[in-house]
Design a binder for this molecule. Sequence first.
Ligand code: CTP
Length: 428
Amino acid sequence: YPKQKPVVSLMRERLSKEILDLLKQIGHVARDMGFGVFVVGGFVRDLLLRRQNDDIDIVIEGDGITFAKAFAEMMGARINTYTKFGTSVIIFPDGFKVDVATARMEYYPSPAALPEVETSSIKLDLYRRDFTINTLAIRLDPDGFGTLTDFFNGQRDIKEKRIRILHNLSFVEDPTRVFRAIKFEQRFGFTIGKVTREMIKNAIHLDVFRELGGLRVFNEFRQILEEENPIPSILRIFDLGLMEIIHPGITRHNELIDQLDEAKKVLAWHDLMYTDEPIERWIIYFLTLLAPCDREVSEVVARRLMLPPKYRKILTEERFHARGAYTWLTHGLPAANSDLHRQLSPLRTELLLYVMAISKGEAIKKSISHYMSQLRHITLSIRGRDLKTLGLKPGPRYGEILADTLAAKLDGQLKDRDDELAFAAGYL
Ligand code: CTP
């Protein structure tokens, strides 16, 4: 039997009224359909850790898809279903999502002529998960609403700050869990349990990662690099010899820690200065890790991780444009605004931040900061059609003239639209 305890008051204290009401409604509807119903996993873990988490994972003992359809209809929400896995996502009009899974059916042969017995069990569903801290469930049915249900000592491991697998084949079954263990360990300040540590070593020894799909490695690795502070996890990955899964050419060289620290500082600076500009933080760390690697290594990494085209291009092309800009900056400063603009405008923000991270001293950082805060926002008031009005035949010259005009504007030579027109007219 599982350990049980009421956590309604904790739920009231920690959850918004909207979420609490939603969970109650889910409980009612499922009960009326005759299904058992639980909220499970990271949501419950984070509730006990008093951390914000709005990813609601529901497990239905019964038919999750039928439930999701009925519930979505009632709420005026859409759903996506994955019949093969018995899962659905309910998507509310405001974009809020709730995942619904079906506690997997198990079939037991029964004696004599009786048909086999079908059991759906929350316990079996939870047993298939990665770590004990993720196996906690809370009942949502009206009679048992708010009953924390703990089959595998998840509460104890949360209290003792321990990441522990449920059975010894866990990492062999799903090697990505090794990355997840590292992620959770650092995120919560927990420790990977002794047996679990042994099993990680064992999995590495058995080379279970060789068969692992690139996209899965990429997703886990990216998640780690998106954590608040990924540096300890990165070092752990090196220590365990796991970086080789991505590429043996990614090494823990002498300057790496300083560069990663620098990347972290640059990101903090960006957060502060450009709150509204969304960036993909992991790219900056990833590029920093790859900084000493050549083009060939980038190609292999991109293939190994099955990177989507956008990221492949960042890795194998844009990274080298950034390198070029970096080399130029180390020799070319101080520079005219127009030169700075020409060097930096082809680079997306992540690449600019990467150059800041690998640069030593303040001069390069200052120049990039100047570009980001001022220069990149400067645009011309005139366009191609103004050149046409001036009497210039449309053609490739347009681009050159406009670029020159912009350069002059960046260097402070043109004050207003009339100045721009006059400058462009000089080319006629
Ligand atoms: N899970 C697993 N094995 C994996 C990935 C996930 O067993 N390789 C299980 C975990 O038990 C987890 C659940 O699936 O609770 C959902 O996973 P995820 O969406 O990654 O959620 P979280 O555990 O909340 O992770 P995060 O906080 O980083 O989103």
